[in-house]
Design a protein around this ligand. Sequence first.
Ligand code: ATR
Length: 277
Amino acid sequence: PVRLGVFGNPVAHSVSPTIHSLFAELRDERILYDRMLATPAYFPKAVAQFFRNGGSGANVTLPFKEQAAQLANILTERAQVAGAVNTLMKVGSGFVVGDNTDGEGLVKDLNSKGFSVSGRSLVLLGAGGSARGVLPALLSLNPAKVYLVNRTLEKAQVLKRLLVDLSAHGAENIQVVSNADSINEPIDAVVNATSSSLHNIDIPLPGSFADNAWGYDLMYSETSTHFLKQLEKAGVKKRADGLGMLIEQAASSYQLWMGGERPDTTFVMSKLRPRTY
Ligand code: ATR
């Protein structure tokens, strides 16, 4: 079997082994996909050991995505722009390539849910690693306006400057804001890349939403996330959590490792009950 796995901390409840095993089953391929717990100090050694012992590819999840970008031998362009790696793969005799399929995963899931970005006013909440991972992909969909909102304004300013310096598509048009409720127009789309749902706390929402507005939380959970409950109260009818993105980024990673067609995600989606509240 092809040896794959995911590095994270915590990693015990990762759904990735289930997702990748289902892809393999559907395509009649043999893989071994392990959960690999690491610490920041031990992570570089753990990665080296995994590839030395026959590993072919690995996913990387919190809190190691930035560290993985440091230790990969080569980064794809989108991993460079994201400053973070969620997919490692061995090429040739020893080089390890770092890629990032998170943005592509989000875009695929938004497409399949009919959540459109092109020509619409978009609000991205957060300016940490998660926001940085998805912002370039959202910009590539040509929103009419992008508000980048972060409690610590300076972090949003730094992120905008970074993307402008990297000539990321549409980066010049980002408007940086410290509080979403100061935005003075009805918003079509809002993506939560803060940790608000992790801590079960409210974060400020845009003051008003367009009739057909949608909202997306990068976090996912068994029940509605805190952010999606907030959106429901605000009258936003189209809502989804990040389970669809997780499955789509996994499909992109699987294709990178195993070649061939991108795995079909519909079966896995129905099996894991993605929620559109
Ligand atoms: P990640 O890698 O998941 O993005 P992070 O880098 O710690 O994690 O970023 C967390 C994000 O959630 C940040 O944008 C953070 O805002 P600050 O930069 O101002 O810290 C945001 N966040 C966390 N708690 C928040 C809160 N109570 N209200 C508003 N934003 C919050």
